[in-house]
Write a protein that binds this ligand. Structure first.
Ligand code: GDP
Length: 182
C-alpha cells in the first residue's frame, strides 16, 4: 500500500545510533521520535528503527533512525546496520569515562562501514547527572574538533538538547544532499 507521506516527502534519510551499551541510545531515539522517556522497559531485540517526519528549511524530510536494540552488547552489529546511512549519532555517557574511551572505536567502525562522508554528531548523554560527571565537556569538544564531528551534550531524561542533536545531523545531511544535487 502506498505511503502518502513517502509520495510527498522530498528526502528519506537513514541514520544510525551507535555507542556503548547503556549510554542512552534507545531513550534518545524515543525522545526524538515520540517525545517520551523509557523507564527501563527496553525491548531486547525489538524496534530497530523509528521514523520522524521533519521540515528542514523548505523540504519535508522523513528521517529513519536505526537503533542497535541491544545488539552492541554482543558485538553483533553487522555492515547491513550501517548500509545506506548518511548520518550517525555517536553516543557516550558523561558519567562513564570508558564509554568516551570507546568513541574512537565506534568512529572507526562508522567510517569503515558507512564511509568517510558520513555526518557524525558526537553526543555526551546524561548531562543531568552533573555530580557523577567523568568526562569534561572541553575534552569531548577537543576530540570532536580533531575528528571533524559536531558535538553536543544531551539529557534524554530531562529532554535537553535531544531535538537539537538530531536536527543538527538532519540539517547537515540535507545541506550536503542538496548540494550534490545541484
Ligand atoms: P542504550 O543501551 O544505549 O540504548 O541505553 P538506554 O536508552 O537503554 O539507557 C540506559 C540507562 O540509562 C537506562 O536506565 C536509562 O533510564 C538511563 N538513561 C538514559 N538516558 C539518560 C539520561 O539522559 N539521564 C539519566 N540520568 N539516565 C538516562
Amino acid at each position: 500500500m502506498a505511503d502518502t507521506f513517502d509520495e510527498q516527502c522530498d528526502y528519506l534519510f537513514k541514520a544510525v545510533l551507535v555507542g556503548d551499551s547503556g549510554v542512552g541510545k534507545s531513550n534518545l531515539l524515543s525522545r526524538f521520535a515520540k517525545d517520551e522517556f523509557l523507564l527501563d522497559s527496553k525491548p531486547t531485540i525489538g524496534v530497530e528503527f523509528a521514523y520522524r517526519n521533519i521540515r528542514v528549511k523548505d523540504k519535508l524530510i522523513k528521517a529513519q533512525i536505526w537503533d542497535t536494540a541491544g545488539q552492541e552488547r554482543f558485538r553483533a552489529i553487522t555492515s547491513s546496520y550501517y548500509r545506506g546511512a548518511l548520518g550517525a549519532i555517536l553516543v557516550y555517557d558523561i558519567t562513564r569515562k570508558s564509554t568516551f574511551g570507546n568513541v574512537k572505536k565506534w568512529l572507526h567502525e562508522l567510517r569503515e562501514f558507512g564511509g568517510e562522508d558520513m555526518v557524525v554528531v558526537l553526543v555526551g548523554n546524561k548531562s543531568d547527572l552533573v555530580q557523577s560527571r567523568e568526562v569534561e565537556k572541553e575534552e569531548a569538544k577537543g576530540l570532536a574538533e580533531t575528528e571533524r564531528l559536531c558535538f553536543m551534550e544531551t539529557s534524554a531524561m530531562q529532554n535537553l538538547n535531544v531535538e537539537q542533536a538530531f536536527l543538527q545531523m538532519i540539517t547537515k545531511i540535507h545541506d550536503i544532499t542538496s548540494q550534490k544535487m545541484l
